[in-house]
Design a protein around this ligand. Structure first.
Ligand code: FES
Ligand code: FES
Length: 189
């Protein structure tokens, strides 16, 4: 047992655990952040995706001791980010979540991609999902949701000028804590 400090959703959390415990287990069992799902535990499904310094990572493969110096964001910590909120609405409207088990990982991955428009041209965001499996939707509804969000963001940029600073947006999302937007799509605990 070690005492470890983690930065999670903008808050310092102290946990006592084996340093080799997967981050996903610490989030779910230690901190009750059950938005992060565990599917395969082998890096195949993406259900456990969280952000590490803004980049999507598979938390089932990461020993918790390896992430002590990083900023971790779970799906709960993305509330208030306008990209995440728009995505939650679009997933709801398009039926992008069925059983909902893959949905948090998909939303974390897509929110990270939407924060980096320089890396993904409109129409290419679904490429970000190469590590996220969905067994229910066939991806068509998820693709429709992405298209709806990117079209909305484009028209906002055209009418409101330059996009908001993404770092400020991210910090605002962290400050809001729990993800109200999760209520819009069915996500199992
Ligand atoms: S549970 Fe981590 S990739 Fe499947
Ligand atoms: S909605 Fe069921 S696995 Fe994706």
């Amino acid at each position: 047992m070690n005492n470890l400090s983690l930065s999670i959703n903008g808050q310092l959390q102290r946990v006592a655990c084996d340093p080799l415990t997967p981050l996903a287990d610490v989030l779910r069992d230690g901190l009750r952040l059950t938005g992060t799902k565990i599917g395969c535990r082998t890096g195949e499904c993406g259900a456990c995706t969280v952000l590490l310094d803004g980049e999507p990572v598979l938390s089932c493969l990461l020993p918790v001791a390896a992430v002590q110096d990083a900023k971790i964001q779970t799906v709960e910590g993305l509330a208030g980010d306008p990209r995440f909120e728009a995505l939650a609405s679009a997933m709801d409207a398009c039926g992008g979540a069925q059983c909902g088990y893959c949905t948090p990982g998909i939303m974390v991955t897509l929110t990270a991609a939407l924060r980096q428009p320089d890396r993904f041209a409109p129409g290419e965001y679904e490429a970000a999902l190469k590590n996220n499996l969905c067994r229910c939707t066939g991806y068509r509804a998820i693709r429709e949701a992405i298209a709806q969000v990117t079209a909305g963001l484009q028209s906002q940029e055209m009418t409101a000028g330059p996009a908001r600073n993404s770092t400020a947006t991210s910090e605002g999302a962290e400050a809001l804590g729990q993800a109200d937007a999760l209520g819009k799509v069915a996500i199992p605990r």
